[in-house]
Write a protein that binds this ligand. Sequence first.
Ligand code: GLC
Ligand code: GLC
Length: 803
Amino acid sequence: MRYGYFDDGAREYVITRPDTPLPWINYLGNQGFFSLISNTCGGYAFYRDAKLRRITRFRYNNVPHDDGGRCFYICDGDVTWSPAFLPAKTPLDTYRCRHGLGYTVFEGEKQGVKAELTVMVPMGAACELQKLTLTNISDEKKQLTVYGAVEWCLWNAVDDSTNFQRNWNIGEVEIEGSTVYHKTEYRERRDHYAFYSVNAPVAGFDTDRDTFLGRFRGWSDPQAVEQRISYNSKASGWAPIAALRLDVSLAPGESRSFLYRLGYVETPREEKFSAPGVIHKTRAHALLSAYDTVEQYDKALNELKAYWTGLLGRFTVKSSEEKLDRMVNIWNQYQCMVTFNMSRSASYYESGMGRGMGFRDSCQDLLGFVHLIPERARERIIDIASIQFPDGSTYHQYQPLDKRGNADVGSGFNDDPLWLVACTTAYIRETGDFTILDELTPFNNEKGTEAPLLEHLRRSVNYTVTHRGPHGLPLIGRADWNDCLNLNCFSNTPGESFQTCSNFESGKAESVFIAGMFVKYGKEYAELVDRLGLRDEAKTVLAAVEEVETAARTAGWDGEWFRRAYDAFERPIGSKENDEGQIFIEPQGFCVLAGIGGREYGVKALASAQKHLGNDYGLEVLHPCYTAYRDYLGEISSYPPGYKENGSVFCHNNPWVTLAYCTLGDGNGAFDLYTRNAPAYIEDKSDIHRTEPYCYSQTIAGRDAQNYGEAKNSWLTGTAAWSFVAVSQGILGIRPDYDGLRVHPCLPDSMDGFTASRIFRGVRYGITVRRGEKKGLVVDGKPAVGDLVPLSAGPVCTVTVTI
Ligand code: GLC
Ligand code: GLC
């Protein structure tokens, strides 16, 4: 069952009823100011850092789930309604929510009044704009009272939801005309404030939440709204809000638009006050006058749309598969940009208060957006490398605001360093920019420790070389990609973090998955240094790769599939010798795509994965699921069977297998797996899947779960990047390489070909793939060798591939 439809022409998903199974959200903003917005206008805004600079308040696990956010009330006679259905909950005559790229539109109608509310964050500005257009479609004059309201967060989202003995004393606002300024803590060390404003004279306002709402009420039925008045309350402590009231009269057929601006301003310390205790508002005034008219608004929206058209125009495909095209051209790339911006920090499920940017997550996310914004990818790589330690290991996470490693989580995740190689080589292959390797980058952000980025990569590789266990396989440390396979943890204390507890440093537990990574990325590193003329180093690394490859082919092979690991007592994990958890997906994906054991092992491993792990939505993490807690495995066995790392389809790792199929040239296998969980392909199952049909979720409950097929944790997942790599580089086969673009499609029998347009190093490549007798590659009319399209002088290059 569906709750809306894709409008590919407009690049929107149109939701046709407010009661989607879960809030279906969108992301606004892509530089400093960010907002999340649901299909009922809930959500929250923050500046750069969802923990430290939260602008509006959001209650996770609220009842109802999606209360608050942007609260609009239209009062027409006795009836009060909201254009996005919430918060008023009055049934609407018509409702639509259109989530577009960086903007969301609500269209609501009630008893002869039509409201269109468009919400966006303009390019390069620290504000959210909300344009509300009201049209009287009845035959009578309408006299409306209109409220727009937001609730301020007291900046630090953690303190805001915990430290009430302080919070209830510090709230401060200033009111100036139609603008409410939120200035809590500005009196002391904060040099920033926020504001909410409307571009019309207000009839009244409220800034104290409890006055506005009244006792025993919530955002669905504020007392002020019920009475059609404002108390003009001035918040002092408690919970400051901004609620602005307009009186609007509309003749039949008349339409009026209002612009609400939610802004964030930083002031230089010397300029903080214009009079004792009064904030300096020059910068806010400038922001307000930049977005004061409908024309200015429309211009900003057009700029935003043009930005996305330009960005997504860098890679487009047209094939007989409408859903694949929709994912590739619009939604998958869009989600890649969102994960670039957010990592795993802020969604409806990631609270933005805990994890900052993950090392491995950010490196992998980069694979999905490097072709879109290479300059920002470059900067990101340097930021990430700067939290590495001199021995090659690294902090696992960092906070986006100060870019420092997070000491609470620390290091010890032994896959982390290798992901730096993955993203740096991807960046250079995309851009040809080898100078990044010379970029002086500190270790642990310490001045004086700077070394060229290449040295960071070298230490990453050496970290694996020097951290190997009894079978010659890489040591796993606290965990590898699978955060929950904690083989040195042995936690028996409730609540203890499985990721940071390591009370049993065995020095023995090994990972076959990291072996797969090392074979792939060790080879990539060797190729890179070889290109730099460092032949001896290349040889030394390849020798280590060979050792690890041999270990993976022997100790890592179980007969029918790759084993997962060896535990602290040197016992195999992910083996038929085990009673549960006999086979895991990660090594089947990574070892096969790394080419370990060649075709013979590859075909066997993937067939086994399909046989034991396959379900309607992809491949589960492991089988059979663990039915009881085992301290020698850690968190993985803490989850009930079928959920999360204990046997859900953990979507992130499925594209590895799709790519593994492509390595083996199996287009049917690749496409079948790709379509099992690509959102557009499962839109019809939205009632079972429950999360948004236009973006990937982290997990889909496995066969052993009660709610088999239900997805969780939408939006912030490495699935976005890897799925894009799998479909664009694997199935469509368009792969950037040092000396040109490789085109090596791996299509299912059901596809005859496709056309694609790809900007690569400033040249637009027009690619046509078709089936035919005379196989081969033709570049600008001339036959070429193998699958390499050599770098073209441009500006366009025509490529035809016959398969
Ligand atoms: C989460 C983490 C990611 C990890 C994965 C598997 O998605 O963000 O780093 O690899 O879980 O445990
Ligand atoms: C939990 C989750 C895992 C995530 C980790 C991050 O272990 O199961 O997916 O990566 O937390 O800390």
